[in-house]
Design a protein. Structure first.
Ligand code: NAP
Length: 313
């Protein structure tokens, strides 16, 4: 006989998706619990300015994270600050094993673990991480005041972070492997109009070099001519997309080829009662607003799931 309480819902991950799920779960009177190993807000904390959260023209990522966490807390959402080791699906309930050895039981679970920066996998990338190689301009940009940096990537993140770095540094080279950006038009126009930004098209970084002071250059290869050259730089910021944080996703759960969890329109995975939201889920647009929308949908669906189980059992 297991005496640990059986929760209605456990939400794993406290980014915009998880916090919104918490708000909707509490409004639906669920016995819900949020587990977050770091600071609430997730990737918002690495975002300087948010300009596309409806109703708020401009807000720092950290401030929006704080507001969301305070909003969830105002509903009395209990939060455990610890990592999760394992999620074991079950017929009667799902089991969440925490890193501190504690075991939690729940009817429904929402996975909101987000994603992590994708790596280039080139020489020097791991060796000089923290000594000139970075995946977060808001965190590390300050160290490159009046210096030269290389940004790798052509998506929204690469351009947004380049614009941020252009305010601090002397020069930003955006190195992109194609001759067109993937980023939205507004960011493209802003980046192209910024005098401190120079775009290096059709080029990949094949190695990062360093001296005693840290990173001092990159080796570039033109993807059209195959020509190679060196470029002096003090830092390399890599923004080439995200990989899903899917280690807690139970074996057998449906995922796409890139490891993102495939869900139905209710954000439910192929395992009943386990939901996946935000950047962990396969979807067309990954935004704060769509992560929050997922949180709403999954919490509502979880409420129905829990109610049906209680009524049938
Ligand atoms: P992304 O949209 O997937 O873009 C990744 C970029 O990196 C692409 O330009 C890609 O090149 C390039 N890339 C990928 N692998 C590479 C490699 N091995 N070597 C060199 N270049 C490589 O990723 P993201 O910019 O991080 O954005 C992720 C999601 O968040 C997107 O949906 C984005 O819209 C959203 N986001 C939105 C905002 C905003 O609206 N303000 C801000 C940040 C992020 P190719 O283009 O050639 O594939």
């Amino acid at each position: 006989m297991n005496n640990t309480p059986l929760h209605d819902l456990i939400i794993i991950g406290g980014g915009p998706g998880g916090l919104t799920a918490g708000i909707y779960a509490k409004r639906a009177a669920l016995d819900a619990l949020l587990v977050e190993k770091g600071v609430a807000g997730g990737q918002l904390n690495n975002t300087e300015i948010v300009e596309n959260w409806p109703g708020t023209e401009k807000i720092t990522g950290a401030a929006l994270a704080e507001q969301m966490a305070a909003h969830a807390a105002s509903y009395g959402l209990p939060t455990l600050n610890t990592g999760v080791r394992e999620l074991e699906p079950g017929i009667d309930h799902h089991t969440v094993r925490l890193e501190n050895g504690e075991e939690l039981r729940s009817h429904a679970v929402i996975l909101a673990t987000g994603g992590s920066p994708r790596k280039l996998g080139i020489p020097g990338e791991d060796a000089y991480y923290g000594r000139g190689v970075s995946y977060c301009a808001v965190c590390d940009g300050f160290f490159f005041r009046d210096k030269t940096v290389v940004v790798v990537g052509g998506g929204d993140s690469a351009l947004e972070e380049s614009l941020y770095l252009a305010k601090i540094t002397k020069k930003v080279y955006i190195v992109h492997r194609r001759d067109a950006f993937r980023a939205g038009m507004i960011l493209q126009k802003r980046a192209q109009a910024e005098p401190r930004i120079e775009i290096v098209w059709n080029t990949v970084v094949s190695a990062i070099t360093a001296g005693a002071e840290g990173v001092n250059g990159v080796r570039l290869r033109n993807t059209v001519s195959n020509e190679e050259r060196e470029l002096a730089t003090d830092g390399v910021f890599i923004f080439i997309g995200f990989v899903p944080n899917n280690t807690l996703v139970p074996a057998g759960t449906r995922k796409n080829a890139d490891g993102f969890v495939v869900t139905d329109h209710k954000c439910e995975t192929s395992i009943p009662g386990i939901f996946a939201i935000g950047d962990l889920r396969e979807k067309y647009v990954k935004q704060i607003v769509t992560a929050a929308a997922d949180g709403c949908i999954a919490a509502q669906a979880a409420a129905h799931y829990v109610e049906n189980r209680k009524n049938s059992g």
